[in-house]
Design a protein. Sequence first.
Length: 377
Amino acid sequence: MWPLYAAGFTTAFGAHGIAASLGGASKDAVTSLLVLGGLLALYDGAEVLLKPVFGTLADRAGARPVLLGGLIGFALASALYVVADSPGWLWAARLGQGAAASAFSPSASALVARLNPAAERGRAFGGYGFYKSIGYTLGPLLGGVLVWAGGLRLLFAVLAVLGAAVAVWAALAVPVVPPLPKARQTVLDLARRLADPAFLAPTGALAAATAALSAGVGFLPVSGRAAGLGTVATGAAVSLLAACAAVVQPRAGRALDEGRLTTRSGLAAGLAVTAAGLVSAMLPGLTGILVGATLIGLGTGLITPLGFAALASSTPEERLGQTMGAAELGRELGDAGGPLLVAAVASGTSLPYGFGALGTLVGAGAVVAFVRRDRAF
């Protein structure tokens, strides 16, 4: 399991480490806010388009080869900018990183499910989510230090070494998991499966959690600056959010495996806590920032392992890669949609109302989860 946890760390560290550092990169590479936005969107766009594709490929060819190919591709794409060191090649390297992460991220999730019995998947996904959260937490910090010490090329060099090292580790330690025989699936069959509440409910919860997490990371520092707080205080608030999410995930997964928590009640509670955090972020000053960060982190940390465990338990094992890829697509849409909703509402009113709008939407999801009578998830 450890190489899979390392793969989760790699995708999170690479995504946030570079995204947080591009704004301070060389002016030759990032010449305007438009260029910065394009570089940020390039990585996410590749993930949105390719994760379902690579998830399906993992079911057909085996998750392990797709995992290894994605990690090697990530290392090569990172090394590309180290060698070329030109603005044009930065775009190519960022696109390559996004495409490679689209391969090894859903493959790692599928392997976490395949290599663990159903009774232990909550704990397994909790550990996987924990190390991804550590990557999200350390990415901006260590990325900034590396760019300060040696420029953007040093950060890409570290990511190249990290991707290659995890690929070698996975090749040596991850067992071969052959693809399972499967019945022919039509487009209509796929549409029915993805429209089933057993898929939609956990995926919707995961998308809501990611939307809240992205909005918190992006806009809580803005609230801090508006309240007159310094960068250290606002940075600490964002770190608190990620740390809370990291600490909760293994515990939530363990509670699920031990029967102390069900996916339905856990997802509903996680959505409610996340909504409370977004509403708390409307409060002025440091109190709103700290309470909001804590509750958003706790709620998203509760949702993430339970959502993936629910998807794994309701999916035929021969379709796990496809399901995980589609679920990751839902998370990416939440990742983009949450900040967009907050920004759209805030542009016409103020930032607290943006937090309130997203909190209302997430809270509605909690109500739906609480009142459902079926046991589909």
